[in-house]
Design a binder for this molecule. Structure first.
Ligand SMILES: *Cc1c(COP(=O)(O)O)cnc(C)c1O
Length: 432
């Protein structure tokens, strides 16, 4: 970014003191051949960087900020909470309130345990599933990202997809061998894999809407099929709703698509911009978690009252406003606009939206799995991404990440974005 001065200086300093200058790989913008801007503040749909540039933000902290930046009710709740103290290491009223709220909203969750990230939530859910079933294998889908736990770093999405990493060194093969991987939306591959290994499978884990290789919707009947197959073989179905929870509907994808998983992992929106994750589900399974049961899992800062207050305030607003239909309408408008604009430039494109999640691939559709997502023109995407940023629109710096929308994004924001996208597409096309 030629106009970024303070960001450049900070990135130089950061690279000397932290790996790649960042604390999570995708933030480095390396995938789009660029450098990150450093954020200074955000209000509503807008993000401001340390050089004073403003962006309409469709990354939204990679998912959590469904009400946009610095929502007044969330900010007020955090201020009230933090004045009382930051953490106590004893139970607090806030964690009971948020637990009750999560159970009321998410259909299949009867009992919930808070942790500090989505990674912890999925890791803990899998440990519990293994203990409950007495089996060791798990089945996951190519291009799904379930955090950076060892078991999940096999053909994963998000940063690994972006960086083209099949897995990660440092994970013993004895551990990845316990993870079976098949393409998403592939009924036959699931059936064949379960026919061979079914009696050793503890759980099938999936993102019910794949948001970590771009946006991929489950084909009709696929989630139902996973529900039936797991029941048949005595394995648990785990929905990783870290991204979809409170984002595609108040009760997550399980409410939207009417499927009851046995366990659910939550994160992102649940913490209102603070580090919160959770896993929950059937009472008989969750009762195996310590200290009620024998499956160990703990956390010094789990249930942090400031984070609980932020999450609770955000969920209260979502419950009151139930914005999901309106969000989806706007998201579809955005996707349709981008796909049409690409068409006018002669660029093939396909896209989808569900609730406040959306995605566009610059390739011929349909995209039903990770393999098909890899058809995108990455060089074109990089040029497009750079032009959007220069125009004042912040999309995720990778073609393999879902886009988000917040309740703070107005019709005027969408129209302004549309114009910037239109120009960015034209400029990126000219560079081809
Ligand atoms: C972001 C994400 C995670 C990991 O959550 P962290 O809080 O980054 O550890 C897990 N699963 C899904 C589906 C995610 O989108």
């Amino acid at each position: 970014m030629s106009r970024a001065n303070r960001s450049q200086g900070l990135f130089e300093r950061a690279r000397k003191v932290s790996p790649g200058g960042v604390h999570s790989p995708v933030r480095a913008f390396g995938a789009v051949g660029s450098e990150p801007f450093f954020s200074a503040s955000g209000v509503g749909s807008r993000l401001r960087d340390v050089d004073g540039n403003e962006y309409i933000d469709y990354v939204l902290s990679w998912g959590p900020l469904v009400l946009g930046h610095a929502h007044p009710e969330v900010t007020a709740a955090v201020e009230r909470a933090v004045r009382k103290g930051t953490h106590y290491g004893t139970p607090t009223p806030e964690e009971v309130e948020l637990a009750e709220k999560v159970i009321a909203l998410v259909p299949s969750v009867e009992v919930v345990r808070f942790v500090n990230s989505g990674t912890e939530a999925t890791m803990s859910a899998v440990r519990l599933a293994r203990a409950f079933t007495g089996r060791d294998l798990i089945l996951k889908f190519e291009g799904c990202y379930h955090g950076h736990g060892d078991s999940f770093l096999a053909r994963a999405g998000s940063g690994l997809a972006t960086l083209g990493l099949p897995s990660s060194p440092g994970v013993p093969k004895e551990i990845t061998q316990l993870t079976l991987t098949v393409p998403f939306n592939d009924f036959q591959a699931v059936q064949e894999t379960l026919a061979e290994h079914g009696d050793r499978v503890a759980a099938v884990i999936t993102e019910p809407v794949v948001g970590n290789s771009g946006l991929i919707l489950a084909e009709g009947g696929f989630l139902e099929f996973l529900r039936e197959e797991t029941r048949r073989i005595g394995a648990l179905l785990i929905f990783d709703e870290v991204m979809t929870g409170f984002r595609v509907a108040l009760g997550g994808a399980q409410e939207r698509y009417g499927i009851d998983p046995d366990l659910t992992a939550l994160g992102k929106v649940i913490g209102g911009g603070f580090p919160v994750g959770a896993y929950g589900g059937r009472r008989d399974i969750m009762s195996r978690v310590a200290p009620e049961g024998d499956v160990y899992q703990a956390g010094t800062l789990s249930g942090n009252p400031v984070a609980m207050a932020a999450g609770l305030a955000q969920l209260d607003v979502l419950e009151r406003e139930n914005p999901y239909a309106a969000l989806e309408e706007r998201a579809l408008k955005l996707v349709t606009g981008i796909v049409a604009a690409a068409g006018r430039c002669g660029i093939p494109a396909t896209g989808a939206a569900t609730g406040s999640m959306w995605g566009v691939y610059f390739c011929e559709g349909p995209v039903r799995n990770f393999e098909e997502a890899l058809k995108v023109d990455r060089q074109f995407f990089n040029a497009y991404h750079r032009e959007c940023l220069l125009g004042g629109v912040f999309f995720a710096p990778s073609p393999f990440e879902a886009g988000f929308l917040s309740t703070a994004h107005s019709d005027a924001d969408i129209s302004e974005t549309q114009e910037i996208v239109e120009q960015a597409l034209a400029k990126a096309t000219n560079k081809k």
